[in-house]
Design a protein around this ligand. Structure first.
Ligand SMILES: NC(=O)c1ccc[n+]([C@@H]2O[C@H](COP(=O)([O-])OP(=O)(O)OC[C@H]3O[C@@H](n4cnc5c(N)ncnc54)[C@H](OP(=O)(O)O)[C@@H]3O)[C@@H](O)[C@H]2O)c1
Length: 329
């Protein structure tokens, strides 16, 4: 049975957020019945003017609030993260462990016996229950919970997502506009990132809800162009018509000696090609030649380079994510 059908309701937890709201819009515009789980249900209608979207109150950290919100739901999109993420505030319960890990466990547990057929979990790259970093650890734990839950599951791991309303690229744009003189880049600026357009993430989520080929998959989603951080900043400057030098501010991870003391040659400063004008932001975003193969490529996702891990058989508990330090692309 396909959960995403007009006669059934899909609940998007985190549907007022950046990713969740794009998913809600995509589904509602296609005639799907959609409900949004929010701690402030009274705010939901104003997020979706002109769209018929039901609001349901609930808090993933409060298990007692969830059964009511899940009534009559055929599928769940879990797109919750704590306010202020990734900066944790333990005094207010705003931590990866409390919201991403325990919150996901609460809502997955609440699905039992409620007739929820499928969960699509919007996780993140590097999710790993063995990680020493709280964000990756909590996402890894949440993925395990989803994998072990009653409904069939799809895990999506987007790279950096950009689009209207994103808080990262727009923050860079604000800093670039405000700061006189130069842009302070933390580190060498050569980290490799392939940002993905929010519309592609929404499309892939809709596919994951509906396709009978999706369940059991862990799918990493990235855009077609790999940028360095410097190239991203340069692209934002180009779009804003700004010309400022990028000043690299050295940062050192605890326990890692500076590069010059490591006795090995440094990496090339610019290890990725300068981005094409078509990639970020907007414009056509073709699949790169020889891009990652997909085992279950959804129709309509022509623009995102998407890597799908082999879908584990339902009920299997084997790890399907890359080991830390191993790249999947
Ligand atoms: N943004 C990216 O670039 C990106 C990239 C990769 C992965 N992701 C993942 O995608 C997911 C969504 O990210 P996002 O950027 O869309 O987040 P976001 O914009 O910060 O939205 C977070 C949502 O979580 C809800 N929420 C927070 N605490 C809650 C609680 N205790 N109970 C119920 N709902 C709660 C909020 O709804 P209310 O305030 O209405 O309750 C809000 O809608 C996260 O898992 C994130 O890690 C994001």
């Amino acid at each position: 049975m396909i959960p995403a059908s007009p006669g059934k309701t899909i609940l998007v937890a985190g549907g007022t957020g950046f990713l969740g709201s794009a998913v809600v819009r995509r589904l509602a515009e296609r005639g799907q019945r959609v409900a949004v789980l929010s701690r402030s249900p009274e705010s939901v209608a104003s997020c979706f003017p002109g769209l018929d979207v039901e609001a349901r109150g609930g808090d993933v950290t409060d298990p007692s609030s969830l059964p009511h919100a899940l009534r009559g739901i055929s599928a769940l999109v879990q797109a919750v993260q704590f306010p202020g993420s990734p900066v944790e505030d333990p005094s207010r319960g705003r931590t990866f462990m409390e919201v991403d890990a325990r919150g996901t466990a609460n809502i997955v547990a609440a699905c039992a016996g409620m007739g929820v057929e499928r969960i699509v979990y919007l996780s993140g790259l590097h999710a790993d229950p063995g990680s020493t970093r709280s964000g990756y650890l909590a996402k890894g734990m949440a993925e395990e919970t989803v994998r072990n839950g009653e409904p069939e599951h799809v895990v999506l791991r987007p790279s950096w997502v950009y689009g209207p309303g994103d808080r990262s690229l727009n923050l860079f744009a604000r800093i670039l506009r405000l700061l006189p003189g130069f842009f302070p880049q933390l580190g060498p600026g050569d980290q490799r990132i392939n940002p993905v357009w929010i519309g592609d993430v929404a499309e892939l989520t809709a596919w994951a809800l509906a396709s009978d080929r999706a369940p059991g998959s862990v799918i990493e989603i990235g855009g077609p162009v790999v940028y360095s951080m410097d190239a991203i900043i340069q692209t934002v400057m180009d779009r804003l018509g700004l010309r400022k030098p990028i000043l690299h501010v050295p940062v050192r991870r605890p326990g890692v000696p500076p590069r010059e003391l490591r006795g090995q040659p440094g990496r090339a400063a610019q290890t990725v090609p300068r981005p094409g004008a078509h990639a970020l932001p907007g414009g056509s975003r073709p699949l790169p030649a020889g891009g990652a193969a997909m085992t279950a490529r959804p129709p309509g996702i022509s623009t995102a380079a998407v890597a799908s891990r082999a879908a584990p058989a339902r009920g299997r508990r084997s790890r399907t994510w890359p080991q830390p330090g191993k790249s999947s692309r």
